[in-house]
Design a protein around this ligand. Structure first.
Ligand code: RP5
Length: 165
């Protein structure tokens, strides 16, 4: 059976990043955006990274979400090898709570952009929402689903606080 076309590639430096990056995957799934998730390490599998980044456009990906922690070179190195939009998610590290990941990802030199999100789960969710927003520019049905997702989120916010159950 032919593999389903995926618009978004979710890549991460390690299996240990999946607990965070799964939130990006779940958010894309909720929006009906096809994605593929892979472990690609800038340090431990550099050849896999090279092949992925150089082949990403030909594979049909339109947006890449890259999550990594610590010395988080994955998003930047990916962006160095493809002109596709790359959103970087700083994964929360044990040693420095993700501040290392954030600074590694955000301080790119001019000319090689990585759209950097918040540390951890919020960043993973928002990377997926941004990826969907980019794709929605050319997909009215997805734009409608994104709008509905936002409206549902708004409707869930109570007007007054309540005690926990
Ligand atoms: C990075 O090192 C990964 O992105 C991960 O966040 C971090 C730790 O990796 P493991 O030692 O848990 O595999 O490359």
């Amino acid at each position: 059976m032919a593999k389903q076309r995926a618009d978004v590639a979710i890549i991460m430096g390690s299996q240990s990043d999946w607990a965070t990056m799964k939130h990006a995957a779940d958010t894309l799934a909720a929006l009906g955006v096809p994605y593929d998730s892979r472990i690609v390490s800038a340090h431990r599998t550099p050849q896999r990274l090279y092949e992925f980044a150089h082949g990403a456009k030909a594979e049909g990906f339109k947006v890449i979400i890259a999550g990594a922690g610590g010395a988080a070179h994955l998003p930047g190195m990916t962006a160095a090898m493809t002109a596709l939009p790359v959103f970087g998610v700083p994964v929360e590290s044990k040693a420095l709570s993700g501040q290392d990941s954030l600074l590694s990802i955000v301080q790119m030199p001019g000319g090689i952009p990585v759209g950097t999100l918040a540390i951890g789960k919020p960043g993973a969710i928002n990377a997926a929402l941004l990826a969907a927003a980019v794709l929605a520019l050319g997909d009215d049905a997805l734009a409608g689903r994104l709008e509905a997702w936002r409206a549902e989120q708004t409707a869930k916010v109570a007007e007054t606080p309540s005690d926990p159950a």
